[in-house]
Design a protein around this ligand. Structure first.
Ligand code: T1G
Length: 710
């Protein structure tokens, strides 16, 4: 008999009594995060379990698609309010009555910690369990660092906490994280049946803190030492991974309660760290960039068939990104030899994955079966979206778009991958400019997550919405950009690269500049990046811009001098660095330093020294100031869009959130005073952005302009 109790739909936690079982259902969209209301509801449920003698057990489930998506990360940085998750977990674990969790969808972070505090755990199909706190600059702060190792062992717990990866139902049972996997998706029905079964067996509460998978033996010691060394090597600048290792080590060194105190203290260290703010900002930014005017004004068109024009590096990469997303791809090239080269470019990438064991041959065949190649544009007649990745020349592009206009079906989206050409101009080559848009991918296009969606003047909102829908299918971070030279990323890049060139001519060696930028957190410095992508690319851009360059602008010739030698970087075995016998790690080149000296002498400059800190400050001040200009001119919608571009397309360290958030953390008045000081040397280059001046005068920061932060 089910005694219906008033289901409190208004509160985020509903209760229902089924026989001797109190079913507690969390219903707090969008992901059942452990906000204050949910915490209060769980606390009340535990009160009811204790008080009601007719109850023998409590079952916790999530309403909707998820169990519990974790702590409500919007609360961090604000005053904390009881009841706290860790106290709720402790009450569940020490309950004298059975507490069971039935998991459907996500049980992540605090959500999994709640489940770990239950005495038994059931998972249904589609369950996703994980402790991804490390990706947010945090660590499991509600007992996860102590309960998970005791349940599944040190090595498995380290893997899950240091990678933040999600595991499914099967792996959860295999690891011992879940006790039962029931197929289907009915967490409530399966959960109640499981509780009844446990009660019938006389199962008693089973506190996870008493589990014994932590052995403290040589293999545990080895696992901890390996993890510690690996994290020191891979993430020397991060905070939380190293604290996680320390806390897992504590499971075999401290009793549970003192170790929990240690966890709380280290959790607070993470909460107080700027890395938490940076990484949580980065988490929200990836979702907020798709909050654009066209998301409501436009209606996305279906995308199943993608056409790609051009099978070079970018075209092949774009085709692979679409194939990896499960789409059908039609590749078109100008002639047979070019087409064969393009198809080979694609096939080689998959063959490489098969060779590394990351893909089976049959998977490769299945993917390649969705690819077709032609030299006749008519083959694009069925494509929903066609992405042009032909040679970066306006005449070539206009010719391609003229042909697309002839062959593509009505409503097809015609996109160009151009990195700087005027898309309004390209659109004029068609009779359907409202269907033309820019999709600027970043090489390698099947790896880099950034996609600049460049919005020309006449484009229809449905086409912009379709571009963002395609980006979601491709698992890209799409950023809406206006039309200007370089859009968002490359436009800002060209400015802070000039700042680096000026420092180089004034006295900083190229190798000091790279070292300083790596010390900030970038994986590579700007000159290493130039050697990787090819110095000829930047050279071509500078030659193109020469015609319109302001003659009063200081111009440093060092990079041109190096390119004029044919030293383009790794592909020519020398650029800013030497790459002896094809090594990927370059070594400084005395000939480069001689060129730098020659150029300093030619410019009449007596070189001075630069500290690593000053190099960083100038480099970032230029980046932030041009970022402010890009927002001021509405090329980017918000500062967060600039952050997304640089974190996902230009290697900006994710733990700092992006250049604009970094500037907020430094303080805009300080950024402005740096720029004003530099302007005394070069007022032409160092011109404070009007937006920066306005925000400083109003006492605001860039975050005040972001939707989420507002
Ligand atoms: N808190 C607040 N908002 C969240 C959130 C969270 N934990 N997770 C998601 N959102 C928002 C998100 O911003 C978006 O908002 C909407 O929900 C849908 O998200 C104590 C300290 C659960 C797998 O790291 O991985 O627990 O854009 O688009 O694709 O030790 O969200 O609609 O306004 O991603 O279905 C640990 C993070 C927190 C999980 C669902 N938990 N979330 O994916 O939806 S720290 C996490 C996710 C913690 C404890 C520690 C995913 C998801 P908007 P979405 P989805």
């Amino acid at each position: 008999m089910t005694l219906e109790v008033p289901v409190t739909t208004k509160k985020p936690v509903a209760y229902e009594i089924r026989g001797r079982v109190l079913v507690v259902s969390i219903d707090s969209p969008p992901v059942n995060a452990l906000g204050l209301g949910v915490r209060q509801g769980l606390s009340e449920a535990l009160d009811r379990l204790e008080e009601d003698q007719s109850l023998s057990a409590m079952l916790v489930v999530g309403a909707g698609a998820n169990f519990i998506g974790g702590a409500d990360i919007r609360e961090f940085g604000k005053p904390r309010q009881a009841p706290f998750v860790r106290d709720i977990c402790s009450r569940m674990e020490t309950s004298s009555k059975l507490v069971v969790a039935a998991i459907r969808g996500a049980a992540l972070g605090g959500g999994l910690e709640v489940a770990l505090s239950a005495h038994y755990r059931l998972v249904v199909d589609g369950a996703r369990l994980g402790l991804p706190e490390v990706l947010l600059g945090l660590l499991p702060g509600s007992g996860g660092t102590q309960r998970m190792p005791r349940l599944i062992g040190v090595s498995a717990a380290l893997d899950l906490m240091l990678t933040g990866r999600h595991i499914g139902a099967t792996e959860a049972v295999a690891l011992g994280l879940a006790d039962r996997h029931v197929s289907g998706a009915d967490a409530v029905g399966s959960g109640v049946a499981y509780v009844e079964e446990l009660l019938a067996q006389g199962a008693r509460p089973r506190p996870t803190r008493d589990a014994t998978a932590v052995r403290g033996d040589a293999s545990d010691v080895e696992a901890i030492s390996t993890a510690r060394n690996e994290q020191r090597k891979r993430h020397p600048m991060l905070l939380s991974p190293h604290l996680i290792v320390d806390l897992v080590e504590a499971t075999s060194q401290l009793p549970f309660d003192p170790a929990m105190e240690m966890e709380l203290e280290k959790f607070q260290q993470c909460i107080d760290s700027p890395q938490r703010r940076g990484l949580i900002h980065a988490f929200f930014v990836e979702r907020d960039t798709s909050k654009i005017p066209e998301a409501t004004k436009g209606k996305p068109r279906d995308v199943n068939e993608v056409g790609v024009v051009g099978g070079g590096t970018m075209g092949a990469g774009i085709a692979i990104a679409a194939l990896n997303a499960g789409l059908r791809v039609t590749l078109v090239e100008r002639d047979e030899p070019a087409l064969l080269r393009g198809l080979s470019n694609i096939e080689q990438v998959y063959a490489g994955l098969v060779a590394k064991g990351r893909m089976t041959k049959s998977d490769q065949n299945a993917v390649m079966a969705r690819l077709a190649g032609f030299t006749d544009f008519a083959a694009l007649g069925f494509a929903d979206v066609v992405i042009e990745a032909a040679f970066e020349d306006m005449k070539v592009k206009k010719d391609v778009f003229g042909q697309l206009d002839q062959v593509c079906k009505p409503g097809a989206v015609l996109a160009t991958n151009t990195s700087y050409l005027d898309i309004d101009e390209i659109a004029k080559a068609t009779n359907r400019p409202e269907d033309v848009i820019g999709l600027h991918f970043f090489a390698p296009a099947y790896i880099m997550r950034l996609l600049e969606v460049v919005v020309p003047r006449q484009v229809h909102p449905d086409v912009v919405a379709t571009a963002f829908s395609l980006a979601r299918i491709l698992k890209k971070v799409a950023v809406r950009a206006g039309v200007c030279d370089g859009f968002i990323g490359n436009r800002i890049l060209s400015v802070y690269r000039r700042a680096a060139d000026y420092m180089m001519e004034d006295g900083a060696s190229p190798y000091e500049i790279d070292a300083a930028i790596r010390a900030f957190g970038y994986p590579m410095g700007p000159l290493q990046v130039s050697d990787l992508s090819g110095g000829d690319i930047g050279w071509a851009t500078r030659k193109r811009q020469a015609q319109t360059r302001d003659p009063k602008q200081r111009y440093v010739r060092i990079a041109d001098r190096i390119a004029e030698q044919g030293w383009f970087g790794q592909k020519t075995r020398r650029g800013w660095y030497l790459y002896p016998d094809g090594a990927r790690k370059g070594v400084p080149d005395p000939d480069v330093l001689n060129i730098v000296d020659e150029e300093r002498k030619r410019s009449g400059i007596v070189p001075r020294s630069f500290t690593s800190e000053e190099i960083q400050r100038r480099y970032l001040a230029a980046m932030v100031n041009e970022g402010a200009n890009v927002v001021h001119e509405e090329i980017a919608l918000r500062p967060l869009d600039v952050d997304a571009v640089f974190v996902h397309g230009f290697g900006f360290p994710r733990f700092r959130g992006g250049p604009m958030l970094y500037a907020d953390m430094v303080g805009l008045p300080k950024i402005l005073s740096d720029i004003e000081a530099y302007a005394k040397e070069d007022p032409q280059f160092w011109r404070p952005s009007p937006l920066l001046l306005r925000l400083v005068s109003e006492g605001r920061d860039f975050s005040s302009l972001n939707t989420r932060d507002a």
